[in-house]
Design a protein around this ligand. Structure first.
Ligand SMILES: [Zn+2]
Length: 199
């Protein structure tokens, strides 16, 4: 329980903190999850049988103005019925397994407030390429074209090409169109093609 106050501070539900280290350049919090029954993804049997562990370094939102890494001891369970091995489920890591979901959401929120990609990258100690890749892991739900669609280009600084494109709406545009802003070209083209009635 010695790290209880830190657990409350970083607000990650149920984690067990085993160590906290502060370095000049960053901080690290070592953690794991409690053993709990997991449903086998192959046969559905509940199991608490542990197969092995793997350590992952996951970037989280900055802590005390320095980058924070979670040193996560990730557990793999074994199904005793069908012998399937599978990793435990945690809710704070997204599909992009090297960042927490809340870091991804913090980056997206900042980009929505019209911050430049480079300034957001600086603030979160991420590369502009990483910021761009974050969009690859988000899903989009826009199904219909808005009444008015504005398309503009600007000179960019990422490895995705010299020029970038922004799709933006007017007051007539559904709110969900915001999610298309600043997407890599292949993604927004795919998004446009998926819309109904596009000619
Ligand atoms: Zn099984």
């Amino acid at each position: 329980m010695q790290f209880q106050s830190i657990r409350n501070f970083i607000n990650l539900k149920d984690v067990i903190i085993s160590n906290v280290e502060h370095f000049d350049s960053h901080s690290e919090i070592s953690l794991s999850m409690p053993v709990r029954p997991h449903k086998c993804p192959a046969c559905g049997t509940l199991t608490k049988s542990i197969h092995d562990y793997r350590t992952q370094k996951i970037k989280d939102i900055p802590w005390l103005n320095k980058p924070l890494y979670l040193i996560y001891r990730k557990r793999r369970y074994n199904c005793r019925k069908c012998n399937k091995k599978f990793y435990e489920q945690v809710d704070f890591i997204g599909k992009y397994q090297r960042m927490t979901k809340r870091l991804i959401m913090a980056v997206v929120d900042r980009l929505r407030s019209n911050s430049s990609m480079c300034s957001v990258a600086d603030d979160f100690s991420l590369s502009p390429c990483t910021i761009t890749r974050i969009f690859d892991y988000l899903s989009y739900s826009l199904k219909e074209l808005p009444t008015v669609l504005s398309i503009d280009e600007f000179k960019g600084t990422t490895d995705k090409g010299k020029y970038h494109c922004i799709l933006a709406g007017t007051h007539l545009v559904p709110k969900s169109l915001d999610s298309l802003k600043g997407l890599p070209q292949d993604i927004w083209l795919a998004s446009l093609k998926s819309l109904n009635n596009l000619e």
